[in-house]
Every structure is written in C-alpha cells, then in structure tokens.
Design a protein around this ligand. Structure first.
Ligand SMILES: [Zn+2]
Length: 722
C-alpha cells in the first residue's frame, strides 16, 4: 500500500465503486455475470483494503456501505426438492438409441423381441421448474437449481398463464393430494425477438438466446419484471406425488393436460427404436417452424411399473434418454468487418459474411460484439469461420479455422470511422467508444432516431430515412430542430419523394407532439441508464421536468461536473467523465452530498441512474439541448390519471387483433386510465379486451371468471373517461 499515493487511492476507489456496482447489477438484476465469483471477491477485498488505509477517502457510494446488499447470495429463497430433479443422459446417434432400448430390455430381462413402448417428445430449451400442487392448488414453484435445492419462484409463475393457480377439476377424485408437475419455463422465439427489440429500443440488456431470456425473466426478486415478460410453460413429467393416477407415462401426461397444464403436442408413443428415430427425424424437420427452441427429442419407457424397476443411476434415470440434435453450424468466409457507431458512441464490429445457410436460415451478418471478442477469436478479413445459431435465433462465431495462418491481425480502429475522433475504452470497460460526442454525426443521427422512436416521442412519418436525409441537409441538428421544420415546408416540398400532402401530414404529426408526455420526452433524450420505465418512475415522483432537473443537479457530487473532460461530451461521456476529474476534491471537500437521497428513494432508481442524471446536467451542451427543446415543447405536468375511470387500478390484458388501434396504443390508453396492461391472464387480471382471433387467453379468462369485453366496449370506456 505504501507505493500508492493518495490520489491513486482515490482514483482506484472511484473505479472500484463503479465496477462493483456494475457487477452487482449484472449478477442480480440481469442474470448475466461477466466475471467469476472469485474475481468479484477480489474487487471487494481490494476496496476494503484501500478504505482501511485511507478512511478519509471512503466514498458516499462506497460498495462496503451498501446496506442490505447480499452480494454473494441469490435474491430468491432456496427450497429443497422433495424428489430430486434429474437430468437425462444423452444420445447422439441412431445406434445409441437402439442401444438404449436394448439396455432397457436387458435390465428388465425381457426377450430380444419383446415390445418396449416408449414415449417420444420434443425437448424444449428452457428453464426446468417444479410446480407443487396440494389438493389441486399451486402452493409452490421452484427452479431446478442443483437438482436437490432450487429457488422459490412461486410469486413469479403467478404471471405465467400456462401455469394454472388451480388445476382443472380440482376437488374431483383423480387429483392427488400432493402432485408436483415438472416441465420447462420458456420464451417463444417470436416473443424473444420482440423482447430484445424492446430492450434495444429502451437501451436495456439484449439477451443472447430465448433460454437466457426466460431464466433472466423468471429469476427475479421483483415479480413485476416477470409479469412484463411473455413466459410459457410446458410439462414433461412429475416429481413428488401422493398418488400417480395412471399406469403409463403417456396416459399420465394426458391427465396433466386435462388438468389444464400444457404438454407437448408432439408427444407420441413408439413401439420400436425405428419408430423413435423416425419421430426424431420428423421433429427435426419441423424444428425451424416450431414456435419455441428445442435441442432434441426425449424418450421415456411408457410403463410406469417398468420405470420403477429401472430406477436411477447417478443423477439420471435408466428409463429415459435425450436424443440431441446436432448443433446448427456452418462454415463460411468473413468478407469484411464494418464498424457501426451507436447512439452512445459505442463502436460495434459487424462481420459481413459470404451468405451461408445455418439451420435453414441464410445468414449474411454476424455481430462480433467488441474488440475483446475479435481478439479472442483472432479473426481477420478473409478468415474461414464456423458459425452457430445459438438458441436457434442469433448467429455467432464459434471458431476461426484459419487463425494460425500468417496474416496481419485485424486492427480495431482507434478513431471513430464516422467523425475521426479518438475512440477509446475506459479502464474496466469492454466497449470502445467514440469520444466525439455531439460532433460525431453517427451519434447525433442515432440520438435523433432514438428521440422520435416509438417508445419516445413517436412522431408518425418521421422515420429513420427521413431523419438521415434532413440531418445531411443540415436541417436537423438537435431534437428542437424537429419542431422548427415547419419553417422549411417549401424546401421539403421541393424534394424528391415529398408532396404537399405528405409534408402536411408530417408537420401535423410533429405539431401534435408540442405537448408531449414528459416521461417519453425524458426517455427520448437518451440519458444513459434512463430507460422508458425509469423515465416514468422519475416523472411520477417529480411531475415536471424542471423539478427533476433540480433534483439531478443537487444529486451530483461537488467533484463531478464542470470538469474540462465533460465539455462537449454529450451523454456518451458521462460514465467516463468522472474518471479524469481531480480525485482529491472528493470526498474530502465538505460533507458528502445528500441530495441524491430523494432520487434514490424511488423504486428502481439506483446510484448508477443518479450519477448519470447528475452528469447529464453538468454538461453545458446537454443543458443547451435541453433548454432549446423546452423552448419548443411544453410537456404537461406528469400526472398518472386514476380518476373517473372504470378501470383504474385494474390489470388489463389485450388479446387477439385490435382493429382500430395498435396494441401499444391500447396499452397506453390503459395506463392513462390508471390501469396496468399485462401480457398474460392470471388470477390478478381484472379485465380482458379481446379482438378477433383471441385464443388461449380468452379461454383462461373464461376459466377464471374474468370479464371479457370487445374493442368497441373498450373504446367506449376510454371515451367516457376522456
Ligand atoms: Zn464519432
């Protein structure tokens, strides 16, 4: 410690606070740790050492002072499984399937020609879960965990409409007193892609595959996060049971379906290895078209008395096996590496490929994520690479076949390809960012696109193409310029592709947003870590934007802000600005700031958001953009309407096709009426609005006795409240 100067120590403490907060968030909130537990522990230990040596440098946001942050423990309660959750052995070839059937025959001492009936069903790629029903009522849901001890997700599965709170026919004689249904919680491919595009739009985490998305959505301490994610469930077996009211696997699964829990529609009985393999091929052929990801086919001995005799070896039953599909991989050539510059200045390398089919889909681009990933793969333009479609959806590079051939390594740009500014990665950060801030046209265009995007101001007719066109003409520099486009009406009309009518429509759409929703406006500014939900939470508390700004300015510590590194940085600079400030100003100068407390008291707002807000309002350029914008628009006070509405406080589910409005609009209407829009029907649903084509949700609503109305009746409720 003696060779560390005080300035170094303060700098390092600042970095550690930032890093530990980031890894806490990745681990707890996002289910995607980037470092090992041991590496995390080392950061915490180093922080404690420095604080012991320099007690006067302990930061107000010190990781050691974070009360109630159980960093190493899962946020969910642990529960022991009464009957262990098993995994299955794998088979990869047809021969191994035949050998499995032969093994079963030998174990049971059956003659070689004895028929052994097996069930066969698709193996869904999700998160295993056990649902304990007592007298037909769901009393507990738990994840697999290590098979013996899982995590309690009872509150979370309440939002999965495939999982009934009460089994159908409960109270009738054939539902056992105790019955644990086991299966997979999963996310359908389509829902996964939609979730990722919403996440991207809100600047939130992108999930690598549907399985990760399902796990991250289910394993949430705050079950309302689960509620906002479209999760499904498919049963494939059972655990503890006071009675098993069938003599065969297949019949038992049919019973579970009768009780109202979905089972695979592809579940069949086979009477020979040849039939099993034929079903495997048939499922394989349908794989790309199935609504969910699968990674193989599971076979189980049908007779339950035989299952009992066969029993278990180690962690797997002798009576079942998973016949895995080969990974969907393909070889191709990396023809170019393009660098895309995002809204926050992040440089993302994108590999351009010689088009190749992977699992039935033509792939021409693949993200190379960041500089480290390129280094890990050792890829250069011209290399032969192996692609894999992870979780069936997003292609990734898994291997470089020509990495050892002598050739110049790829040099990741140290300057932004769009503006020529230096591009750097801050210490502890993986991403390389353009430091050009607002002089970088790529960042400016991306910010404008974000400002008018659907989740932000949502200006109809002002699409990405138009933004780029007007930006290149110099008509759009910052968001406020959008509201001054009316002065350019004659210029626009003169341009190709524009007519009087289309220009009038565009200008009318812009004028319609003169009094925008304050939360959408705030989100549209693209402040780091302020997503759409956080923006709403902030506005609920502060009501007006000036009030929010005041709180944010007070929250910012005296050491930050106003430093030269901040100037001209734009929002891309915030998380780096503090690093270069003089560390000695902080925190020795005066008492630690307390003003962030009001922000921190808001549910869902943590130190990262507070710091990002503080930094934003200490950057003169941001303030200029903000004031310019507020001279053009006047967002009304943000009040969550709950008055005079027939649906205030209710949870509403929209299902089927809406004919006069989009689903997003309907949800916005519901929120404006003080109601909450949810994606799935559960006992907590207060009202279902169903259009043509509504399916399972409608049935569930009927089963739960929930009111169902049509779109016209909904429009009437909205009209009366307005
Ligand atoms: Zn740039």
């Amino acid at each position: 410690m003696t060779d560390t100067t005080e300035a170094d120590a303060a700098n390092e403490l600042m970095r550690l606070a930032r890093q530990i907060a980031k890894h806490n968030r990745l681990y707890h909130a996002e289910d995607s740790p980037e470092i090992s537990d041991a590496e995390y522990d080392a950061l915490v230990r180093r922080n404690a050492e420095l604080e012991a040596a320099y007690p006067h440098l302990i930061r107000p946001d010190s990781p050691s002072a974070q009360v109630g942050h159980e960093v190493a423990a899962s946020p969910l309660r642990k529960v022991a499984h009464e009957v262990r959750m098993m995994s299955l052995d794998n088979a990869f070839t047809d021969d191994e399937v035949e050998e499995f059937v032969a093994r079963v025959r030998r174990f049971l001492a059956l003659p070689d020609d004895a028929e052994v009936v097996m069930t066969a069903e698709d193996k869904i790629d999700g998160l295993s879960c056990s649902l304990r029903y007592e007298h037909g009522k769901l009393v507990r849901a738990a994840t697999r965990g290590d098979g013996q001890v899982g995590e309690d997700v009872t509150a979370n599965v309440a939002y999965i409409s495939d999982i009934p709170q009460e089994l159908k026919g409960a109270g009738l004689f054939d539902i056992p007193a105790v019955f644990e249904i086991r299966g997979e919680v999963y996310m359908a491919k389509e829902d996964f892609l939609a979730l990722n595009s919403r996440q991207a739009e809100a600047g939130d985490k992108i999930f690598a595959n549907p399985r990760n998305a399902a796990a991250g959505s289910l394993r949430q301490k705050d079950a309302s996060v689960t509620a906002s994610r479209p999760l499904r469930f498919l049963a494939h077996g059972w655990g503890a049971a006071s009675k098993v009211p069938a003599a065969a696997q297949y019949d038992m699964m049919r019973k579970i379906a009768d009780w109202g829990v979905p089972v695979s529609p592809l579940l069949v009985r086979c009477s020979s290895a040849a039939e099993m393999v034929a079903h495997y091929r048939s499922i394989g052929a349908q794989r790309a078209d199935l609504p969910y990801d699968i990674d193989g086919v599971v076979y189980k001995v049908d007779r339950l008395d035989w299952q009992d005799r066969l029993g278990f070896v180690a962690k797997a039953p002798r009576w079942g096996i998973a016949h895995k599909f080969p990974a969907e991989r393909a070889e191709t050539t990396l023809e170019a590496i393009d660098i895309q510059v995002g809204r926050t200045g992040k440089l993302t390398p994108v590999g351009r490929l010689k088009p190749v089919l992977v699992g039935g889909v033509t792939v021409t681009n693949v993200t190379l994520h960041n500089r480290d990933e390129i280094g890990r793969l050792g890829v250069r333009v011209g290399d032969r690479i192996v692609l894999q479609r992870a979780g069936d959806v997003i292609p990734q590079v898994v291997e470089n076949l020509t990495r050892d051939e002598p050739r110049e390594p790829y040099h990741f740009p140290d300057h932004c390809p769009e503006c020529g500014s230096e591009a750097v990665a801050e210490e502890g950060e993986v991403d390389v960012r353009c430091t050009g801030g607002l002089i970088c046209p790529a960042q400016r265009v991306e910010r404008l696109k974000h400002f008018v995007s659907r989740a932000a101001l949502d200006i109809e007719g002002l699409g990405e193409k138009t933004i780029v066109e007007f930006f290149q003409l110099g008509w759009l520099e910052s968001p406020a310029d959008i509201f001054r486009l009316r002065k350019r009406r004659s210029d626009i009309v003169g341009r190709e592709g524009w007519k009087d009518k289309s220009v009038d429509n565009l200008l009318a759409a812009i004028e319609a947003k003169r009094e925008p929703d304050a939360a959408r406006l705030l989100f549209g500014l693209g402040i780091r870590h302020v997503g759409a939900v956080t923006a709403r939470d902030l506005m609920k508390r502060f009501v007006t934007l000036p009030a929010l700004r005041e709180a944010a300015e007070q929250a910012s510590s005296p050491a930050r802000g106003g430093g030269p590194a901040n100037a001209g940085g734009g929002d891309s600079q915030h998380e780096t600005a503090a690093e270069t400030d003089s560390p000695l100003h902080h925190p020795a100068d005066g008492p630690p700031p307390r003003a962030g407390e009001e922000l921190l008291s808001i549910d869902g707002v943590g130190p990262v958001v507070v710091e990002a807000l503080g930094d934003f309002f200490h950057e003169p350029h941001n303030i200029a953009v903000w004031e310019d914008l507020l001279s053009e628009v006047s967002p009304p006070a943000y009040v969550v309407e709950t008055k005079d509405s027939a649906v205030a406080g209710k949870t509403i589910v929209f299902t089927g096709k809406l004919e006069t409005m989009s689903r997003d609009e309907a949800k916005a209407q519901a929120e404006a009426l003080g109601a909450r829009a949810a994606g799935s029907v559960s006992a907590k649903t207060g009202l279902v609005v169903a259009g043509p084509g509504a399916g399972s949700k409608l049935k569930q609503a009927a089963a739960l006795g929930i009111d169902v109305i049509d779109e016209a009746a909904w429009a009437e409720i909205v009209r009366q409240a307005g």
